[in-house]
Each structure stands twice: as C-alpha cells, then as structure tokens.
Design a protein around this ligand. Structure first.
Ligand code: PRP
Length: 212
C-alpha cells in the first residue's frame, strides 16, 4: 500500500468492497499490519517504491499510481484501474518567461516520463531529477519548467506557477507480481472481482460529476 494521500482512498475502497480493516488503520505508524480477519498482511511503502516491492515478490499485490508504473517500468501486471487518486501530469512554469536556452531545464520526479514526453514533442530539454517540492525549482532559478503531478492545483497557484501542457490523467492501479498471480490466481481473482464490482458502482457517480 502506498503511504500518504493514496492510502486513505485505497483503504476507503477496500472497506466499501467489504474488507474488515481495523479502525486505527489509517492512524498507525506501523509499516507491516496483519489483518487476521481477512488473512491479509499490509505493507506500507512510499508510493514510488510500491512497484519495486511487487516486482521482487515481497508483496503479491500492490496499489500504484499509473505515473509510478510508467516511470519505474517494473515487471508487474496491471489487474485493475481503481479509479482513485485522480490527478494528472503537467508541464508548468512561471508565466511569461521565455528561455533562449537550446535545451531548457526541466525539474521533475519523473525523469523517464519527462524525457519520453519531450522527445515525442521533438523538444530538446535538460532533465533535472528532484525528489519532491518540484515547484520550488522555477522559483529559485534551478529550472525553466517542471513536470509534476497536479491534483487540486493549489501548489501551482500558491507558488505563482501556471500549467503549460497537459501530459496525461493518472489514477491508481491494482498490480500483481506475475509469479504470485500464477500461484494464487483464485484468491487474487476473488479480490479483483470484489473491487471491480464496487468500482463499477462508484464509477457511475463519478461520471456524473465529470459532466459538471
Ligand atoms: C504532489 C505533487 C505536487 C502536489 C500537487 O506533491 O508533486 O507538488 O502534490 O497537489 P495539488 O495540485 O493538490 O497542490 P506531494 O504532496 O506528494 O509532495 P512532494 O512535493 O514532496 O512530492
């Protein structure tokens, strides 16, 4: 399970699908939580590391953002779009700043996605890898632009940055280790079905909202 924002939404989804998770689940600082009623052990990791744990098989299943999957390119299968943690990847920067550099600097947590994107655009850039607070980079002159996740847009707004290009919508996915899937197919399929049926119901409500 990814710690942070996605965790809360993922726990809510599992509860809706009927999984009995302890009340204090969200507040705990424990990194490994056994839920005996469901015979599931939850491992809490940094969102960027979830695909790594699943690739190495120390976790059978994982919940990972599509952004992390594309960036990390780990050997895992995607089983289901969970339609949680909606956000998108965008190029942003300070308004009205023109750079004359042959290769403008782009700061990002996603060097692979960003390189691929700019290559496809036919644009030469220099990628600077950062681990967080990416919005800082253009404010202090480290980079001309950033490639980062936008959720509510608050971080961009509060730092006077504007969105320039929309790269792609991101949701969280249920992923599985290929060997685990072969060994525990029945158990895993049952979990997928339970989640899929609840997501189907939620999706209708979400479609309504999107139309606004
Ligand atoms: C993410 C992302 C943006 C922010 C976007 O950072 O990298 O900075 O959230 O959210 P908003 O559009 O709702 O403001 P996160 O909070 O995960 O922390 P980080 O900067 O340390 O990566």
């Amino acid at each position: 399970m990814p710690k942070g924002r996605i965790f809360t939404e993922a726990v809510e989804l599992l509860r809706k699908a009927g999984y009995r998770l302890p009340n204090k689940f969200e507040a705990s600082r424990k990194l490994i939580i056994d839920v005996e009623e469901e015979q599931i052990q939850f491992i809490l990791a940094k969102p960027m590391d979830v695909t790594t744990y699943v690739e190495y098989g120390v976790a059978d299943l994982g919940i990972a953002g599509k952004d992390v999957m594309l960036e990390e390119e780990r050997d895992v299968y995607e089983l289901l779009d969970l339609y949680i943690s909606h956000c998108y990847l965008a190029v942003a920067g300070l308004p009205d700043v023109k750079t004359t550099d042959v290769a403008p600097k782009v700061a990002t947590k996603y060097p692979n996605i960003a390189s691929t994107y700019f290559r496809e655009q036919g644009e030469q850039v220099e990628i600077i890898k950062l681990n967080g607070s990416i919005e800082l980079a253009p404010l202090i002159g480290l980079a001309d632009r950033i490639v980062d996740i936008v959720s509510t847009g608050q971080t961009l707004r509060e730092n006077g940055l504007v969105e320039m290009e929309h790269i792609g919508h991101v949701t969280s996915r249920l992923i599985v280790n290929p060997v685990s899937y072969r060994m525990k197919e029945q158990q895993i399929d049952e979990l997928v079905e339970r989640l899929a049926s609840i997501i189907e119901q939620l999706d209708f409500a979400m479609d309504g909202e999107k139309m606004l």
